[in-house]
Design a protein around this ligand. Sequence first.
Ligand SMILES: CCCCCCCCCCCCCCCC(=O)SCCNC(=O)CCNC(=O)[C@H](O)C(C)(C)COP(=O)(O)OP(=O)(O)OC[C@H]1O[C@@H](n2cnc3c(N)ncnc32)[C@H](O)[C@@H]1OP(=O)(O)O
Ligand SMILES: O=C(CO)COP(=O)(O)O
Length: 673
Amino acid sequence: MANRSYEDLLEPRRNDFNIWLWSTRALNTQVAVKMRPRPNPDDHKLAVLNSLKISEIIEQIGAKSNMDRKAIERQLMLILDEVGYTKSLKVIRYLSYILSKLLLKVCSGVYVNYQGLLKIKSTMGNCPVIFVPSHRSYADFVIFSYVFFHYDIEIPAIAAGMDFQGMTGVGEMLRNTGAFFMRRSYGDDSLYWAAFKEYVHQLVCKGDLPVEFFIEGTRSRSNKSMVPKYGLINMILKSYFLSQVPDILFVPVSVNYDRLIEENLFSFELLGIPKPRESTSGFFRSWKLVKESFGSIYFHFGDPISTREFFEDKFDRSKHSLGPIHLHEINEEEKRLIPHLAYEIVRRQQISSVVSYFNLIALILNNNITRGQEFTGMEELAQEIRILRGTFRCWGATIFEQDIHSAIKDSLKVHQNLITVGENGKIGLVTNQISMGAVDARKLKGHSLSEATISYSVPFMMLQIYANPVLHYFIDGALIVVALRSTGRLNEDDLFKHFRNLRAIFSFEFVLLETWYKTYFEEALHRLSSQKIIARRNEQYEIFENNYFEEVLISSIQPFILSYYVVAEILQTLPEVVEEKLVLASAQKLLEEAISERKIFIHPYAMSLDTLGNCLSTLVRMGAAVKRRREGRVMLSINRESIGGLKSDLETYLPSFQVIKSFDIFVHIKSKL
Ligand SMILES: CCCCCCCCCCCCCCCC(=O)SCCNC(=O)CCNC(=O)[C@H](O)C(C)(C)COP(=O)(O)OP(=O)(O)OC[C@H]1O[C@@H](n2cnc3c(N)ncnc32)[C@H](O)[C@@H]1OP(=O)(O)O
Ligand SMILES: O=C(CO)COP(=O)(O)O
């Protein structure tokens, strides 16, 4: 495989006679901020304990609860021990050895755009550096640290969810490699959150390690980007807004996999079967995966975003110069700026992703399935990959240069659990009869799907998981094509109105900030025109007929439109105040019935809880529903009229999809209601 911008960091290990010598080599690591003496992990905890901010909070809690100061301080120390990282070079060296052996066994390469990373390394030393990778797998943070160890960069302090704390031995091991632990949601424990925020503040202002966190907050089960969470980035940026550091560099990192270790679990989770709790025994059970092959992993380190340059003159830091600094918090004006940076990080993760050949194969097979065509043979597949590869590259994607036939062979070998080649040379999906055993119905997140549905659906879910990570390259083009298909011809202004509406409907599905809609629309128009998918005649845009890429655009978005339509439809029949879980379950139930009749093909991904949930988030953002927590349950109050509007919008776009017979699907779904 060739791409000169990337190097395979397993390559030198393959020829190492003694990996242990490499693991125990003398290290001369680059820190984020040069400091003498270097702070140690306990310094940060003590600094929190002694900070004026925390001192005041202790006083407030004492006054409210009548607890004495010493008792609150003891509570605080327990919190800090729960949160704080420790670091053991010995543990890191052992892990680097084990990981080398493991990666050599299961991966064909770990590719890194080393020039990008080395450039960042050379600029480190003067201000806090925050690495923000995409989050698709548990492997992300493990291999991330391995990459840093390889390039002699200090392993970052990493924000970790509490999920790992319960794993005997593993939690402490992660802590020893730099993990600091956080609760997953803002509760009402004011001491905890004050201590945690102050701890992060200390890491950023007084620490010398790079910091790493996952802005999406969780592994994306769909394998595509998720909307950013603002909590941790808020805490980090506070140091900048309050002028306590001159700048903060955010480095977006894209991590892509030929094959995800979690592909099976994620497919189940998308259907509603909850993830097993993280446990040490589960960790050891997962070792059976070492017998399998996972292809290559790609790390792309994007250009750092300087906070100072990003915000330029958008706000006035001098507002924080009056009064004691520990009394200052981020103000509303600053808070409003944060989503722009957060979305920019996600956008840069997306544009620096590496597209694998299996991503293309998944798109092609999905297109065949959706159009009700037979699966393709090898020659057709190679031809279609060639077309898609060319188009994707024109649209800015990085795809490694490789002979297409050997790329297909490698991909099918890595994904032999999902794809099979029949005696007739045609490609097909592997289906296994799945037995769910006793799944606790109370833990299900959606409808209790039958084993037959699950067995049928899992391979399709897996396939879509590999098509999803490339959708951001052409979602804007797909939405334009959808609008033109449903209307025939449109001038640019009207086409933009449709585009803006569709973009807003799918704003959680395909992450994009509203202020960028116009730019993305214009870029997509240009790309579609230069690829001869659409044409402009007499000031009107229309579609060129018989363009293969147009088919792919339309088929790739179809399961999403279907899910949204079903939610809108079902909300017309459910009570106006309804539990969120019931909406998800009802939508899945309806789709399950339609799928199991097999009269027409309905892509099982339409049952994805991720997509159905995104639709509900859209409804809340649009004001068509209000979300409230009541006695531990999430309730939705529905505005039927607004939802009716969304439903009729979706209907406008759908019936004219002659090519994919969507109309049949909708008539069919309706008849089930
Ligand atoms: C060789 C060596 C080998 C070594 C080998 C081993 C290495 C091994 C290392 C181990 C390493 C483990 C690594 C594990 C990796 C994870 O565990 S990843 C998971 C944990 N990390 C994270 O979650 C980080 C990101 N998460 C966050 O930042 C979340 O915000 C928090 C802090 C968790 C809070 O979450 P939350 O309560 O769900 O709240 P969130 O949605 O963020 O927002 C709160 C509200 O404030 C609003 N808000 C806040 N700020 C804003 C704003 N600026 N503008 C608008 N709204 C705002 C939000 O909209 C939201 O409002 P509502 O939607 O509730 O109305
Ligand atoms: O995000 C995590 C750390 O990788 C673990 O939590 P999830 O299972 O929600 O992804």
